[in-house]
Design a protein around this ligand. Sequence first.
Ligand SMILES: [Mn+2]
Length: 261
Amino acid sequence: MSATFATSDAHGHLAELTAALRQAGLVDDGVRWSGGDARLWVLGDLLDRGPDGLGVIALVRRLAREAADASGAVHTVLGNHEVIALGTRKFGDTEVVHRGAVRTFSSIWARNGGLASDQAGIDDELFSWLAALPAIARDGDHLLMHSDTVGYLEWGGSVEEINGAVREVLAHDDPVAWFDVLVQMGQRHELAGASGSATARLLLDTLGGERIVHGHSIIGDLFHEPFDSYAEPRLYADGLALDIDGGIYEGGPCLVARLSG
Ligand SMILES: [Mn+2]
């Protein structure tokens, strides 16, 4: 069985991501795919906060082509920052009444580390690629998602239904529906605490898999630890959840988790 890896939340930190992939043996010194038939999952939030989100996206897309040529694969899953960036591109300052409040995508984008340089590079082709990313995926025993929330089940009871529902919203121009996606994917920490393992079990029983792998919630935030005090993904919720967001933009490590093989 080929090896499976996952990383998340690069947030524009191209140098750190490149170094971590090299450390994992997935790219060589020339930053070419060297993982052979391995599979790499990139769990969203490629852009914003850090210097070069467009560079991270370009790297991931190039590695996907190179990996495919080697019988490997690089897959990307949608993060909430992709939704913020696309919504800002599409709706900008348009006032949207969402659940009784007047909101705009551009103000949320600005408050959450949105980068004008990333925004300027989202052309029609890149918009289409990002908007078509799956929200959730299964790979063997692993259920892969950006956000540690049960909210994905609002869109359906299977991986296919959820991805179809989110893609449908992002393919159209209803800003309220877009805001629903953004708000749902902004939820976090729902697999931790007293009811966390039951919530993880519900997701796994509904969507399949034995373990959830997610980003979005920094290990240091979730477990109240300094960002420089850990160097590994964190297994929790009775072993049902693996947090792989080291918190790059807070000074934490860029983690590449080996899931199997
Ligand atoms: Mn996120």
